[in-house]
Design a protein around this ligand. Structure first.
Ligand code: ADP
Ligand code: MG
Length: 271
C-alpha cells in the first residue's frame, strides 16, 4: 500500500472507531514525522492525547449543562503563592479524585475571596472531565429547592436526584442563615449521601459557628458528625484575592457586626 493509501486507511479506521479528535491531527502528525520533528512513539502518543482531550472537553461541556457549575475554574489558574496557608500537596492530591472513590468529603473553610469556590469548582471540573456526575449549588438554592419539592410532595424524588451525583458541591454555607425547617431538609440530604457519595462544602464560618448558621446547634452537630467522619479539611487563612490590588485594605471579617462584637466581649467577661 502506498503511503497516502495507508494514511487514508488510518483515517477510515479512526472514523470507524469514533475518534474525531485523533482523526483531526493525523495530517499534521504525519508532516511532523516526515520532517523528523516527532518520533514515531511521540506521534502515537499525540494521536491518543488528541482524542482524550476531545473526550474531556465533550464531557465537560455536557456536564456544564447538567451540573449547574457557575463557571469553569481550574487548578492551573490558581496562584498558590498568593495563599501560603494552603498546603499545595493536599490540594494536588485531592485533584487526583481518589476521595470520590472512597466517598469522602472535602470542606473548604476561610473568609471571603480566598478561593474556596474556585477550588470547589476545580474539583468538580476535574471530576466531570473524568466522566463523573457532578452537581453544584449554593446552600441557599439547595434548601430552597428542597423546600419547594417538599411542598409539592416530591421530597423523596428530589433527595433521590441529589443522592445521584458522585460529587455534590454545596457552596456558601454561612452567608445566609438557614431556618429550622430548611436545616432539617439539608440534614436529610447529608444523611442520604453519607458514605454513599462525596460532598464538597465551602464555608466562611468555623464549625463552632455552624450551630448559629443552621439555627439549631444539635442538628448542626449531628450533621457535622456525619460530614466530618470521612473528610478532608482545607482551612484557608489569608487575604481576599479579589482585593489583591488594595493591599492596605483588609476586610473586617468577623467584626462586621457590632452586635456580634458586643456578644463576644460579653462572652470574654462573663463566667
Ligand atoms: P471564596 O469562594 O473563598 O469567597 P472565590 O473562589 O470566589 O473566593 O475567589 C474569588 C475570585 O478570585 C475568583 O474569581 C477566583 O477565581 C479568584 N481567586 C481566588 N483565589 C485565587 C488564587 N489563589 N489564584 C487565582 N485566582 C484566585
Ligand atoms: Mg465563594
Amino acid at each position: 500500500m502506498s503511503a497516502s493509501a495507508t494514511i487514508a486507511s488510518i483515517k477510515t479506521h479512526l472514523a470507524d472507531l469514533g475518534m474525531p479528535g485523533s482523526l483531526e491531527v493525523v495530517d499534521s502528525l504525519m508532516g511532523k514525522l516526515d520532517s523528523g520533528s516527532l518520533s514515531p512513539a511521540e506521534a502515537i502518543e499525540h494521536l491518543l492525547v488528541a482524542q482524550i482531550a476531545l473526550r474531556r472537553e465533550r464531557r465537560l461541556l455536557s456536564a456544564m449543562h447538567s451540573s449547574r457549575l457557575p463557571s469553569i475554574k481550574r487548578l492551573d489558574s490558581f496562584d498558590f503563592s498568593f495563599q501560603p496557608s494552603i498546603d499545595r500537596n493536599q490540594i494536588l492530591s485531592l485533584h487526583e479524585l481518589t476521595f470520590i472513590e472512597r466517598k469522602e468529603n472535602v470542606i473548604l473553610l476561610g473568609p471571603a475571596g480566598v478561593g474556596k469556590t474556585h477550588l470547589a469548582i476545580s474539583l468538580a471540573v476535574a471530576a466531570a472531565e473524568k466522566g463523573k456526575r457532578v452537581y453544584f449549588s449554593t446552600l441557599s438554592d439547595l434548601v430552597l429547592s428542597l423546600a419547594a419539592a417538599e411542598k409539592q410532595g416530591r421530597l423523596r424524588e428530589k433527595l433521590n436526584f441529589l443522592k445521584g451525583p458522585s460529587l455534590l458541591v454545596v457552596d456558601e454555607i454561612g452567608y445566609m442563615p438557614v431556618t429550622a425547617g430548611a436545616t432539617n431538609l439539608f440534614f436529610q440530604l447529608v444523611n442520604a449521601r453519607y458514605e454513599r457519595a462525596s460532598t464538597v462544602l465551602t464555608s466562611n464560618k468555623s464549625f463552632k459557628e455552624w450551630g448559629e448558621v443552621f439555627g439549631d446547634p444539635v442538628a448542626a452537630s449531628a450533621m457535622l458528625d456525619r460530614l466530618l467522619h470521612h473528610c478532608h479539611i482545607v482551612n484557608i487563612k489569608g487575604n481576599s484575592y479579589r482585593l489583591r490590588e488594595y493591599p492596605g485594605l483588609s476586610l473586617p471579617q468577623e467584626q462586621s457586626s457590632p452586635r456580634r462584637r458586643i456578644r463576644r466581649k460579653l462572652q470574654e467577661v462573663l463566667p
